[in-house]
Design a protein around this ligand. Structure first.
Ligand code: K7E
Ligand code: CUA
Length: 663
């Protein structure tokens, strides 16, 4: 934090501890000490009670979630469940949220997230929503950030004709579209066919998803049917290149086995450039084919309950019917990332097996298209000549360049996986001006706003794949690791290591001021339109509908209403609809009952959430509040009496009141 007094003992203490650490454990192979800023401790120190400068949203990788960190402290602020069930708050278990995880393959309680992307207005991160991909069962989720201030998943759209939804969920400069690709080409439509017939028969679909500017609602506008390559990453053009989308692809060899060899034969693969405004025109002219495809669209409705809709077709544009819509830019060699600089002129490929970083020029690309500077075509798609589109090559970029971001001051920063470093270079001259080792094997890197037209070029976060000896060892499975680097000066300076949850493929960050005052404190009870909500404890009741028992339950410090329920039978399903009647910030109540095959609920003030329970044996089952909410939290409990099917016990519940007996 700036402008706060910085106790110098802290700095010396940290340095002392660090040196002591070196004495005890011995010197690591590559000593990081020369790259650690002398004033690192004070630069990441956020005094108790103070806020961080940035919100950072990290992909949870194979955890399926999004994590929220404060920068520069590296403090974990929240886990937002997205594609995986989250027993900590009932996400994906409760009746209100479980439909978000419905797919054409049934209920899918897990996925692998890679790329969080914050919505943009005029090329700048606007903080309304965060989009993120599910890689395994292709989906895109929309998380509300500053639109309602909820920090909650509100929508999940499945992507048909796709497999390994990786180049996702990147957005255009006004969030007109978010896109999805297919890492694995597959038969389209999916059907039973020999794997050997891959070449020429398997296809890749690139999806353009329209985002409603008012509500954020997503809808697949069209897909582009591409050759059977592996599509890897993407970025939208901006400024002069707005209207174009760039996708890297590898395996232009179209191998279907041992890709590590068979897909690394050619010197160059491609960046596919798609003119999406021309695609829109072709769509309007009816050039798209309606292709049958089964997929789910899940969203939280106006009353706060997730619904699933099954959709049955998409519009597909075939480049051979749509001249001028797609071009290939030759790019060495099996490129991974593709990044567009803040001005929109330069398109940078991350050729992971390449010895240079190729930079394409948008101006040259347009000219090459005009002059038909083609070196051939692939499946009818023109391939532009490499020399005709090249702006330059960054020499000596480190081994295994993957991803590039920008500081808005004319510099680019590229992650080099194999040589474990971040390399800083100058746009226009392509010269490397600085490099810093990272620990270890960096994948993405992130500068707040660093993939937009307005970077806040103060910090860079390296998102590392390998942790090894960076923290106290915790057995064979270690956390993943991020590193915070100061990029405000000429030389990069390492400030901080901090562990992450799952694999932090990519992250995005915005200044705290963009979101902190929009964060919701609680829902007003009068706005709660849940059909099973109660507005005051006196409305608490139970109701039987066949074998279903609905409990209209209220929770308020420090009791449940009702807290005694009788007449539930074995074979019943009991729905506890719990309304948190509090109207105050940060007073959630929890709910759990003995033996439930489900998660707890964590109900925020003013909200209603529902958990289903099917008791299997007669008995008396206690339930309790799982969140320590008050001095009398331990008293916040109740009982459900369960009788055998057919027992003559009428269904009833109480509204708790003070018992006078024994007095
Ligand atoms: Cu980890 Cu973007 Cu999936 Cu590169 S991706 S590293
Ligand atoms: Cu409510 Cu503890």
């Amino acid at each position: 934090m700036q402008g706060k007094p910085r106790p110098s003992w802290l700095l010396w203490g940290a340095l002392g501890l660090f040196c002591l650490g070196l004495v005890i454990v011995g010197c690591p192979k590559k000593s990081p000490v020369s790259h650690v800023s002398m004033d690192a401790a004070s630069k990441v120190y956020v005094p108790p009670g103070s806020y961080d400068e940035f919100y950072a949203f990290f992909s949870g990788g194979f955890s399926g979630q999004v994590t929220v960190y404060g920068l520069p402290s590296g403090r974990l602020l929240k886990i937002i469940p997205v594609f995986s069930q989250f027993p900590e708050n009932g996400y994906g278990y409760s009746e209100e949220t479980k439909h978000l995880l419905m797919t054409s393959h049934g209920f899918v309680p897990w996925d692998d997230t890679h790329h969080p992307e914050i919505s943009q207005t005029k090329g700048e991160l606007d903080g309304r929503w965060l989009f993120i991909n599910a890689n395994n069962t292709p989906r895109i989720a929309r998380v509300d950030l500053g639109h309602k201030g909820a920090f909650k998943t509100e929508e999940v759209l499945e992507i048909p004709n796709s497999a390994g939804n990786h180049a996702s969920a990147y957005t255009t400069e006004n969030t007109e579209y978010v896109v999805a690709d297919t890492r694995f080409s597959v038969p389209i439509p999916q059907r039973d066919m020999p794997i050997e017939s891959y070449k020429g028969n398997f296809k890749g679909a690139l999806s353009f998803i329209k985002v409603d500017p008012k509500t954020g609602h997503m809808e697949i506008a069209f897909q582009v049917l591409m050759p059977g390559f592996n599509y890897d990453l993407s970025h939208a053009g901006r400024g002069p290149s707005h209207g174009w989308f760039f996708f890297t692809c590898y395996n232009s060899e179209e191998a279907h086995t041992l890709l590590e060899v068979n897909a690394s034969m050619k010197d160059k693969d491609f960046i596919a450039a798609i003119d999406w405004r021309l695609a829109e025109k072709y769509l309007a002219e009816g050039k798209a084919k309606e292709v049958p495809a089964e997929y789910f669209h899940n969203y939280v409705d106006e009353i706060g309950i997730a619904k699933s809709e099954k959709l049955t077709s998409v519009k597909m544009l075939d480049p051979k019917d749509c001249p001028g819509m797609v071009y290939f830019l030759p790019t060495p060699k099996s490129p991974h990332g593709v990044d567009v600089d803040p001005t929109g002129e330069y398109i940078i490929g991350g050729g992971k097996l390449s010895t240079v970083i190729p930079v394409h020029s948008f101006t040259k690309m347009k000219k090459a298209i005009e002059e038909k500077a083609f070196e051939g075509e692939v499946y009818g798609i023109p391939v532009l000549r490499y020399e005709a589109v090249m702006a330059g090559e960054v020499k000596n970029p480190g081994l295994g360049p993957l991803h590039t971001e920008f500081d808005g001051k004319g510099y680019a920063y590229t992650s080099s996986f194999i040589s474990s470093e971040v390399v800083k270079w100058k746009l226009g001259t392509w010269e490397v001006v600085d490099r810093i080792p990272v620990y270890y094997s960096v994948g993405h890197l992130m500068i707040p706003g660093g993939d937009s037209s307005k970077p806040w070029g103060k910090y860079l976060v390296a998102l590392n794949k390998i942790t090894k000896d960076r923290y106290l060892p915790t057995g064979p499975e270690l956390c993943q690791s991020a590193q915070l680097i100061d990029i405000s000066g000429e030389k990069m300076k390492l400030l901080l290591d901090f562990p992450t949850t799952g694999e932090p493929h990519y992250a995005q960050a915005v200044p705290a001021a963009l979101l902190k005052d929009k964060s919701m404190k609680f829902q007003a009870l009068e706005d709660n339109k849940h059909p099973y909500a109660i507005k005051k404890r006196e409305e608490a009741r139970v109701k039987r509908e066949g074998d279903n028992v609905h409990v209209y339950m209220g929770a308020i410090r420090s009791h449940f209403a009702p807290d005694n329920i009788e007449g539930v039978k074995v074979g019943d399903t009991v729905y506890f609809h719990v309304t948190n009647l509090e109207q105050d910030w940060d007073v959630p109540h929890g709910f759990a009952i003995l033996g439930m095959n489900n998660s707890e609920l964590l109900i925020k003030p003013g909200e209603t959430e529902t958990i289903a329970w099917s008791p299997k044996k007669p008995g008396v089952y206690p339930f309790y509040c799982t969140d320590f909410c008050s001095a009398l939290h331990q008293e916040m409990q109740g009982y459900v009496r369960v009788s055998l099917k057919g027992a003559n016990v009428p269904l009833k519940s109480n509204i708790p009141s003070i018992q006078q007996e024994g007095m």
